[in-house]
Every structure is written in structure tokens, then in C-alpha cells.
Design a protein around this ligand. Sequence first.
Ligand code: ISL
Length: 585
Amino acid sequence: MTLVQSDADNEVRDPAPWWQSAVVYQVYPRSFADSDGDGIGDVRGVIQQLDHLVYLGIDVIWLSPIYQSPNDDNGYDISDYENIDPTFGTLADVDELIAAAHARGVRIVMDLVVNHTSDEHPWFIESSSSSTNPKRDWYWWRPARDGHSIGDYGAEPTNWESFFSGSTWQFDDRTGEYYLHLFSKKQPDLNWENPEVRHAIHGMMNRWLDRGIDGFRMDVINLISKDPSLPDGAVGPQARWGNGFPHYSAGPRIHEFLHEMHQAVFAGRDSVLMTVGEMPGVTVDEGRMFTAPGRQELDMVFQFEHVGLDHGDAGKWIVHPVPLPKLKASFARWQTGLAGHGWNSLYWNNHDQPRVVSRFGNDGAYWRESATALATVLHMQQGTPFIYQGEEIGMTNVRFTSIDDYRDVETLNYFREAVRDRGLDAALVLSSLRETSRDNARTPMQWSGRDGAGFSDGEPWIPTNRNHRVINVEDQRGVDGSVLEHYRKLIAMRHTLPVIRTGEFLLLEPKHMSLFVFERVSSHGRLLVAANLSNLVETLDLTSETWAPFRDADILLDNQQNFVFRQLLPWQAVVLARDMHSSRH
Ligand code: ISL
């Protein structure tokens, strides 16, 4: 092991944009706080709980969609971009939330879902009404494949498989053609080749910014440019469907579309805004291009590499343990790949992912320790961290035993397809859902141990995790060593230690199966982050010659408060510092 002595200064811009030292908190409004007792969280609920977010210390709230929607995919199917779904409240409530957040120094970023609309959006209703309608070309309409009649096996225009099971094409008998939907059949894909579509979206975005929001999280934004010739995808052995991904992800015009959006919407006000593009399948090289400041596209992207490592050949539904060296190598590639060129987002969780403490930690014997250790290794990296509601108290996966408890369209489609169409054993499929379903992230926020978990006085739209009796905000607030207090410390460290923003990332012990150790080095100081991500004690002898620079370092953080410089207890995580220059920046 060699410790780098030189000042490897990684600063990408001067002055650094505000979001490089910010921490974002994702609110999934449906499950956050219900102010009116209908069992569904709402905007007023978010307003009521702002104090929790201020206590936590976050800088930005990302709100998952609250727009008008038939809620086939919990609001990711929008039927009116400029109005709020009545279940969540009114535009006046949103104005109040923006004002209340701003008054507390918290910014608001809204979800932007423009790869597709709902099939109940007026644009699609018009588009589907006749093949000569002026909005026909706003979506992707195609006839049956040459020589096939509707309903034939393989008649769909391409062999692509939807993210949510089955074909990406839905036949519509009003005009006798199919429309493209990469997600559910109630989420038709917009045709971004059409300039009118882009213009309408830019106008809508500008109106939201004029209303006072501070940026956008852009849903599957790498899918908006498709190869217009719509080629078939390669078909794997024994597979029913082809892989269309290479033909619709990061397509030929993606950079042009994002730059055009930047010019039409962000130019002139980009220094106060924050943009993050959700990009399943994005590579480091692409990520660098999307986020390089000079290209004027996006501030950062959500990449998916680390949350795909436990997926098997059959996709997300069968998971495998991830050897730690693989996980570390993935993080390190993104850290070094974007450093000095673009900017990383950092996340373990969101509304689509199983809970991190259940997935990569030990949510039994080492629940508190593993939740805080995983948080530490993420938050000490370079980038903008995103915390998903409930993560800050160590919420776990939910152990539903019946398919009736699930609500998610992806989960329900998969269950139907696996059990009914493929004849898999229902109990087996249910046991896989307990690890993989998106509903693991969507159970109500656990505010207290009382009935209703402090989320709602009514019947919640999805069952509450019974462990709210022991895992909840109320029991952790102000309790030294709790998951909540640990997250508060991590957030405060990012605000006060510039090395977390600027430092070069150096992965140490890359092959170690249990220890995740890295350094952060810049002119602002030097950090050593060391975590034992296993259930056994591990030796880490910082008194030895190899580790000399850290022998007498300051302990900035220790999730078990007993570090002795020789070993790490199961799931112990520490942050040590040397030569620090700290400031609020
Ligand atoms: O959740 C996934 C797999 O389980 C992903 O494939 C997910 O569908 C993908 O990351 C895109 O997610 C986003 O767009 C979807 C929506 O269902 C997700 O909630 C959203 O985050 C379609 O709008």
C-alpha cells in the first residue's frame, strides 16, 4: 500500500456549484406523511414534517411525482404535468411547500417524467384518436410486422421486452396500430424526434421553474432518444423477447436533446438550479459526457452499476450475494472516472430499490451497526449523496407473505407472468419478492412506534412494516449512536469538511473480502475511511508501519465509539483525519 503524499487536487470548478456540498433527501409523497387520514401521504404532510428534514440537516428535497395521474405506476404515469393529483393536494399546497422549504434554506427539486406520459394524458388521447391527428407523431405508432396479422405470435413491430414484463408494444384497435411503451401499457413513450414534443416539454419545465422550484430529477432520461429505425434486439437462448436496450438507451440524439433542453430551460439560471438524470445502464464514459460542465447537459446522473451487481442472468428477480471487491471496484471506477470531469451522485436507496440494510447489511443482529457502516462508506465518497426516506432511521425490507399486500405494477406484472404464464411456484416467487420488490421501499415512513406509525390515522394504502414498533424516528431522535444521529453527523461533515467535496478518492485493500478502506486527499486535508462490512472481527492495525500517517490521526467518526486502531468490530466504520482545514462552505 502506498499513501499519496502529493496534493492531488480534484476541484472541478471554482467557485464550486452549491450542489457539490449538498445532501438531497428523496420524499416519496405517497408514503411519507398523511395529513388528512385517507391513508395516502400528501403535500401538507411534507410541510408538517419539514422540521424532521431540517433537524437531519439536508439541503434539498427531491419530490417523487405528485402530478395528476391515474396512478398505474404511482405517479410515474402523468396525465397533466401542470396540475397536482387531488390525492396529494393542490397547487396552492405546493406553493406553500416551496415557500416553507425556502424559508428554512431547503431547496425543492421535482421529478420530471417525460420519456412517457400516461395514456390518459390529453396528448395521447388526441394522438390515439386517428392516424391523421396532428399529434399522431407525438408517440411511436407502428403497424404489425410485415406479413403478420394482429394477434399473431411475433406480430409486434419489434421484439423488445418491456421493463414491466411482456412486449413493449400495445395494439390499439381504434386505429389498428401498436404504440410503444417501454414501461407499463399505460405509459406510452413520447416521440422526442418531433420538435413540437420537445418544445411543449421545455415550456412546461420553464413554468415550473418560474413557480420557484430549484431543479429536476429526470426519470429515465437516457431513454428519450431511440434509434428511429427501431431494430429488433438480440435474443438470448430460450428467451421469448429480444433486448431492445441498445436501441433505445443513450440513442443517437441524446446529447443533442439534453443540450437543447439546457439552452431552452436552464441557460441563464443554471447556477441556482440542480439537475440529475436517472440513467439505468449508463456507463462511466457516458456519465462523464452527460455531466461535464462545458457540455451543458446535466449536473449529475444516477448510475445503476452498484445496484445491479446482485442481479443474476435472469435479471433483478433472482439475487446473488455480491463479493465486496466487486462492489468496491465499481464505486472506485465511478469515483476516479468522473473526478475532475463531471460529478457523481451517491445513493444506496430510492423508491425502486430494496432497503440497503437488508440488501447489503445485516438487518438482524447488526442492524444498527450495518446501517451506519453502509451510510459511512457512501457519504464519505465524492459526489452528491441522496438519502431515501426511512434510510436515515435504518428502515428494512418488509416481509410480505401474500401477493395481496403488494401494490407495485412491476411486481404484480412479474408475479402474474412468472406464476400464471411460466408456471413457477408461487411461494418461491413470493420469497424472491421479499428481497427484490420495489414495494420494500414504499411502505409508510416510520415516524413512531404507535399504531399507524405516525404516518396516518387511516388505513395506509400499503401495509406498514410491523417493525415500526422498534424502528422509528421518535425513538432515535437525540439518541447518541442511533442511525438517525449518525446520518446527521455524516451530513454535517459534508458541510464542514471541504475534503469530502474535493479530495481524490484512493481505494486501499481492493481485494479484501470484508474491509472497505479508502482515502480522500486534497489541499483541504486527508481522510481515512475504514469499514468492516462483515459479521466477524477484522484486523486493521493502524499502529503498524504501513499505516504510519494515520497512527495518531483524529477520530472524526466511529459508529461504535470504541475504535482502538488495531481492529474493526463487525460492521464497525470509522473516519480518521489528518492535516484538516475545515470551514462551512
Ligand atoms: O425499478 C426498476 C427495476 O426494478 C427499474 O428498471 C426502473 O423501472 C427504472 O430504474 C426506471 O425507473 C423510473 O422510471 C419508471 C418508474 O416506474 C420508476 O419508479 C422510476 O424511478 C417508469 O417511469
